[in-house]
Design a protein around this ligand. Sequence first.
Ligand SMILES: Nc1nc2c(c(=O)[nH]1)N[C@H]1C(S)=C(S)[C@@H](COP(=O)(O)OP(=O)(O)OC[C@H]3O[C@@H](n4cnc5c(N)ncnc54)[C@H](O)[C@@H]3O)O[C@H]1N2
Ligand code: MOO
Length: 420
Amino acid sequence: MSGLTPPPLKNDCFALPPGVDWTPVDDALDRLRASLDCRVASNVRPLAGAEGFILAEDAIARRSNPPAANSAVDGYGFAALSTGDGPQTLPLAEGRAAAGAAFPGTVPEGHALRILTGAILPQGVDTVVLEEDVTTDGKDIAFQGPIKAGANTRKAGEDVAAGDVALAAGKRLGPAELALLSAVGASEVTVFDRLRVGVLSTGDEIVESGASTDPGRTYDANRPMLLSLLRDWRFEAVDLRHVRDDRAALATRLDEAATRADVILTSGGASAGDEDHVSALLGETGSRADWRIALKPGRPLALGVWQGRPVFALPGNPVASLVCTMIFARPALGLMAGEGWKRPQGFIVPAAFEKRKKPGRREYLRARIDADGHAEVFRSEGSGRISGLAWADGLVEIGDGPTHIRPGDPVRYIPYASFR
Ligand SMILES: Nc1nc2c(c(=O)[nH]1)N[C@H]1C(S)=C(S)[C@@H](COP(=O)(O)OP(=O)(O)OC[C@H]3O[C@@H](n4cnc5c(N)ncnc54)[C@H](O)[C@@H]3O)O[C@H]1N2
Ligand code: MOO
């Protein structure tokens, strides 16, 4: 007999060991935010080649939108002063005003002119009546007054005035931004270079999908997932491949990674087990954050710096890997890429589920919105259940305190798209 006494059974790898200080997710995020800064240079690019890039300087409107007062409708233009209440009859002036074909003269007071949508308002016109509200014989028009002065017109610069900041630094250029900058003639923009984010898989058991029939081998799911996620988030995803559980080989690969990427995501080996080399190596640099994050899934997340490059050592379990990337890496990558730190947009919706949770940790559940607009959650919380990631469209965030959620209770649902 050895005389060993077993500890009380916890059977919960998220139980809080006595004496350990757990760092709440928000505290960890605050500390992460405070320790990072923008990591990329900026360059001038033609607008046409700037899609997906982040503005490094405010984009200034070179001209107003619209550049001149114009008609918002097809109809007839006149000076509001010459009309009043009740039935109105105005003689038609010769000619017409169309978009791109301005009327050259002045419309005499008391007259109306045929005008089309987008046409610059000619001299003598400040108001337009909709053609549907008019009867005409080709010589005169008749309509019911009063028509409010300025009706159916768009003022010069009513959207954006020349010289204004059309878009502020930090904005990522998507379809709407390209439309706006095109409209105000910002044909060149100063944007940040794309942040290069490296993705490295670790673990002796990990092989490329399909590369082995040995059930002792695990197909690499994290690397394709993370590379795709990063591309979707419009960062430059750098494939750092896979490395075995060999500390020297891992160190060499991280050295290489530091030359190819501005920031590194590794998966596997993040916790403190015998083979958790990423965590151990970061520990040797003295840069590893000495916290245990009160988070499920993803508690083993380790953060450190290798050759000046921030390293997110993600847990190997794919669900934990994804949650840590969305909750921790995403705002940090935004900050390093120049768009600033953003909290993902969540929506308060009724729960379609029941869930009890102990206090002291934040949880993220795979979720989607059902036909009634309620958030339903995946049937299992197992953090190796990759099918649940594909089943879901987002995450439900469950706060740090003790919780008993019942169907119909409000919960915060964060669509995957909110992390974009
Ligand atoms: N005794 C305890 N064991 C574990 C605890 C604990 O608190 N006490 N925590 C568990 C939790 S939670 C997680 S998450 C994992 C984290 O472990 P590591 O980050 O060190 O990851 P590994 O052990 O290397 O891998 C975990 C799991 O994920 C698989 N994996 C790894 N990489 C990939 C990949 N690229 N694609 C697909 N699957 C991958 C790996 O084979 C393991 O099955 O630790 C728990 N254990
Ligand atoms: O946090 Mo480990 O984070 O399942 O699944």
